[in-house]
Write a protein that binds this ligand. Structure first.
Ligand code: AMP
Ligand code: ZN
Length: 503
């Protein structure tokens, strides 16, 4: 198989619901761009949701606007898994297009060699943001044969024509064209340009399925002639190959609605005669100073730009997921700071649950409170992935339980219940594990600060507690300083213990 096997995680298995009974899970409803309304999720295959995700064009590092869309897709798949669904998600890597061909030619390397570096970087960035690997990550250049076969099917149905060696899709033969984007194309006259193709077409709205080779540029020798695929055919061919002719969910950023997804529908539905995707989800843009973040505008941050400024992966993930996907996300450094504080608040809460000693017994009201938060969290996400509602449920719980602890209403046996609730939330949020520093170090950031392994930190904290007990304050201070030099801050807890955290 041409998939990038070493990245394919295999099919995912559903979560075991130790804490939420199936009856309490809400029906998932998602906003379908095509019908412009909320639709209940009803997968084609029982218990399994098949998702196609337009992946990155790997000619450069992805920016955090791109990752807004990828984080939304991760929240989607994690949430589906929390409902017990198996997920089969395919993400393509566009490793051939005009820019890639030009840039690799300019660098004097093959397309493969040129894109390899950016694919590796993309996978590293995904890991940094705790994005689950799709079950299949597939490269366009490994699927040329599938694209050629699909183009042949369209040719047999009389939907194409050839001009100067390129093959075009004749849009006038697909009456439903425009149904996704609701765009009125009647005003676009022959000769006007709706894309960047510099080829002769019968109608300006037609798009290239296959592009004739240009002198000195890379091409494939195939049954339909020499050349290279258009971008749109890539996604139709790869999605149907792995997911079947009707997918459950197709996702991307709003800029892909037209022409990319409109063209995917025209290609797939004309070839198969079946609906291509049951639900189309489009994420609104991340904007910066009122404009879409994009490479062409030059107003972008890559993840690495932010890491170099000392920002943590978990703060970035939290910020990107905190705004529901159908609302624009206005990126600011202030927002990132708030996201960091929010993550810290959650982590401190779990630490408190694990470390503080409470009076024995159990308080049924606390259990009820946890149950309500879980149910609100699920209801929020089931309502078209409303992460704002889901996060409000989590933070309200944290506030109420902290208050209950301070008032001594919290009992020791309530702690595991609350820890379980937090873990359940984190199956979707994925920000609780305190591994930012390790991740940054691995990526070559923050190496200047000496880092200590966790066991050594714990041993030093323990030794300091003992030193204090025997009133050896000199040694206790030495240890505090040694830890501070490694970026570890100590905080005394109310019950006379101590907890540490990384600066
Ligand atoms: P590309 O690599 O340009 O094909 O984009 C990869 C994904 O990022 C696509 O789903 C785009 O729609 C999405 N995208 C691009 N710019 C932004 C942005 N500023 N905010 C959110 N998503 C974006
Ligand atoms: Zn696509």
């Amino acid at each position: 198989m041409a998939a990038l096997g070493r990245f394919a995680a295999g099919r995912s298995v559903g979560y075991n619901h130790a804490f939420v009974k199936a009856a309490e899970l809400n029906q998932i409803r998602l906003h379908d761009t095509l019908r412009n309304r909320l639709e209940p999720l009803e997968p084609v295959h029982k218990g399994e949701v098949r998702i196609y995700t337009c992946g990155p064009t790997v000619y450069d590092f992805a920016h955090i606007g791109n990752f807004r869309t990828f984080v939304f897709q991760d929240v989607l798949r994690r949430f589906l898994r929390s409902h017990g669904y198996r997920v089969l998600q395919v993400m393509n890597l566009t490793d051939v297009d005009d820019r890639i061909i030009q840039k690799s030619a300019a660098a004097g390397v093959s397309i493969r060699e040129y894109t390899e570096k950016y694919i590796e970087a993309f996978l590293e960035d995904m890991r940094a943001l705790n994005l689950e690997m799709p079950e299949e990550m597939v490269r366009a250049t490994d699927h040329i044969e599938d694209m050629v076969t699909l183009i042949e099917r369209l040719q047999q149905k009389g939907l194409t024509y050839t001009s100067e060696g390129s093959i075009y899709y004749r849009i006038s033969k697909f009456p439903a064209y425009g149904k996704l984007s609701k765009i009125d194309l009647s005003g676009i006259k022959a000769g006007a340009r709706v894309d960047n193709d510099r080829y002769e077409k019968d109608d300006a709205r037609d798009f290239a399925l296959w592009k004739a080779p240009k002198p000195g540029e890379h091409f494939w020798e195939t049954r339909i002639g020499p050349g290279r695929p258009g971008w749109h055919i890539e996604c139709s061919a790869m999605s149907m190959k792995y997911l079947g002719e009707t997918l459950d969910i197709h996702t991307g950023g709003v800029d892909l609605t037209f022409p990319h997804h409109e063209n995917e529908i025209a290609q797939s539905e004309a070839a198969t005669g079946k609906p291509f995707a049951r639900i189309w989800l489009h994420a609104e843009h991340l904007i910066i100073e009122g404009e879409k973040m994009s490479k062409s505008l030059g107003n972008f941050f890559t993840l690495r730009d932010l890491f170099a400024k000392g920002q943590k992966p978990s703060s970035i993930r939290f910020l990107l997921l905190s705004v529901p996907y159908r609302r624009q996300l206005n990126f600011t450094m202030e927002g990132l700071k708030q996201a960091e504080n929010s993550v810290e608040r959650l982590r401190n809460f779990v630490r408190r649950l694990k470390e503080e000693k409470f009076a024995g017994g159990e308080n049924p009201a606390i259990h009820k409170r946890a149950e309500k938060a879980e149910s609100d969290f699920d209801a929020g996400l089931a309502d078209d992935l409303n992460t704002a509602v889901a996060l409000a449920a989590v933070f309200d719980l944290v506030r109420d339980i902290n208050t209950a602890m301070d008032r001594k209403e919290f009992r020791q046996q309530d702690a595991p219940r609350l820890i379980a609730a937090m873990e359940k939330f984190d199956a979707v949020l994925a920000v609780l594990v305190d591994d930012d520093h390790d991740k940054l170090r691995k990526l070559g950031f923050g190496a200047a600060q000496r880092q200590l392994p966790v066991e050594q930190i714990e041993a030093l904290v323990e030794e300091r507690q003992l030193a204090k007990k025997r009133r050896d304050f000199k040694r206790a201070d030495e240890i505090r300083k040694q830890l501070a030099d490694s970026g570890i801050i100590l905080e005394d807890t109310k019950d006379g213990g101590v907890r540490w955290k990384q600066k």
